[in-house]
Write a protein that binds this ligand. Structure first.
Ligand code: SF4
Length: 269
């Protein structure tokens, strides 16, 4: 892509009464929504850093450290656009890594199928219309603990080093997971023992709406990404990067922004 293929714009969000200026460069031509993920990942990093700084200001310390991968045995919720992004990442891996990762995805799915975990999650999802929000949240949290207790690592986890094999491309939910409770508590998490850093904004929730084709209802656990992509070939519509950005921020802030559009200023990443 040359310079004319990109457009740079700036918008200002008000976070807890403080202005946050965000500059982003997005493709000028129509693209599929998962091509926006590099931009959305950077924005998510910004919100997470702000949230960690705010926690520090309240005298709390983030206990997440490199090499601690306890949270990488939890069910990771991802969005429709992320499943296609992850599948492309896996397809681009050299052999034998690609086959190893695919085998791990398959084994993880088979394991949770065998214990009826997906069925349980579907049943909980169906309860959202009949049960209280509190009850459903509690059941989701308990199902998360049950998943964790199975000890199945994320297919991308380098278990020996405790490092993420796709760190730069990891899902938004992974970026947003920060705790201030003692690191030891993450080995036996429960709703009471884990203190999450409250986020100033949570893009992982909003990105579920971006380009949504309506083919996947509710919670998508990351381990299902490859099988879903195989069963449901990608069929996103295309929009300009500016339009996708407006959709994203509109949903994030519950209003149609940027109101005046992004001001053109070509500049590649
Ligand atoms: S993608 Fe990376 S950070 Fe996320 S759960 Fe897997 S190994 Fe952990």
């Amino acid at each position: 892509m040359d310079q004319n293929d990109w457009v740079t714009g700036e918008l200002v969000l008000s976070i807890n009464g403080e202005p946050l200026k965000i500059q982003m460069t997005v493709p000028a031509k129509p693209i599929k929504p998962h091509r926006m993920l590099p931009v959305l990942q950077k924005i998510t990093n910004t919100f997470v850093e702000m949230s960690a700084v705010a926690a520090g200001g309240r005298g709390e310390t983030v206990s997440c450290r490199q090499g601690c991968a306890a949270c990488c045995r939890q069910p990771v919720p991802i969005s429709e656009i992320e499943i296609y992004h992850l599948a492309e990442l896996v397809e681009a891996m050299p052999e034998p890594r690609r086959s190893e990762i695919k085998d791990r995805f398959k084994a993880a799915v088979e394991h949770f199928e065998s214990i009826g975990w997906f069925e349980k999650m579907n049943a909980i999802g169906n309860m959202t219309l009949t049960e209280s929000k509190e009850k459903v949240s509690k059941m989701i949290s308990e199902a998360g603990v049950e998943y964790f207790r199975e000890g199945v690592p994320c297919p991308f986890l380098n278990v020996d080093e405790g490092s993420c094999g796709i760190h730069e491309h990891r899902p938004l939910a992974c970026r947003e997971y920060l705790v201030t409770s003692p690191a030891a508590n993450c080995s036996a998490p429960s709703a009471e023992s884990i203190r999450m850093v409250p986020l100033v904004m949570q893009p992982s929730h909003v990105v579920r709406y971006l380009g949504n084709t309506g083919r996947f209802a509710g919670f998508i656990p990351m381990i299902r990404a490859l099988e879903l992509v195989e069963a449901f070939p990608e069929k996103f519509e295309e929009k300009t990067g500016e339009r996708w950005a407006a959709d994203f921020f509109g949903k994030l802030t519950h209003q149609d922004i940027p109101k005046s559009g992004i001001q053109p200023k070509p500049q590649p990443f």
